[in-house]
Write a protein of this length. Structure first.
Length: 173
């Protein structure tokens, strides 16, 4: 996830509101994705081209965005075949859609940090080999172990739901 400024910003607002600053979305990601109750939906593409969407628990950690999923789930199989995806979420004051690419994370240090952050957020995750495990997870996650994916965001769209209003697209290199 980009901590830098976007390489381009496009105002999509039709009511003459100024473009939203990226910092508004970025700041909400840091706060709202700590709570597992924030609704986040992962959009992927099946091998035959049909869309797939699933509610997930996304994690914001050290300015990166992470998701978990069992290797046998439809979303994991889709990401293995085509890593491009979307994440749609309702954050406080802004609806956000992120378009990017998922890459599986297996390095022990990152897995340990992700497990610790999930545990601090209320999901008691632990590292198990090159994935995570816990006493429970969402039924849509499939059985453990759960793979961890880091999402690299290329484009983000924000629509403010509180003042100041606006709609903006941000692109990142």
């Amino acid at each position: 996830m980009p901590t830098r400024e976007p390489t381009s910003t496009t105002n999509l607002d039709i009511y003459d509101d100024p473009p939203l600053p990226w910092s508004r979305a970025h700041d909400r990601l840091k706060v709202d994705l700590v709570e597992m109750s924030t609704p986040v939906f992962l959009g992927t593409t099946r091998p035959d081209g049909r869309p797939h969407s699933a509610g997930i628990g996304a994690l914001w950690l050290d300015d990166d965005l992470y998701i978990t999923s069992g290797p046998g789930t439809r979303k994991s199989r889709n990401l293995a075949a085509n890593p491009f995806c979307t994440l749609s979420m309702r954050l406080q004051g802004i609806d956000l859609i992120l378009e990017g690419e998922a890459a599986r994370v297996t390095d022990p240090e990152t897995l340990t940090n992700v497990a610790r952050a999930y545990s601090e957020g209320g999901w008691p995750a632990d590292v198990a080999a090159d994935a995570l495990t816990a006493p429970y997870s969402a039924p849509s996650a499939g059985p453990p172990p759960w793979h961890v994916h880091r999402i690299t965001v290329h484009t983000a769209f924000g629509v403010a739901t509180t003042e100041p209003y606006g709609a903006t697209r941000w692109r990142f290199s």
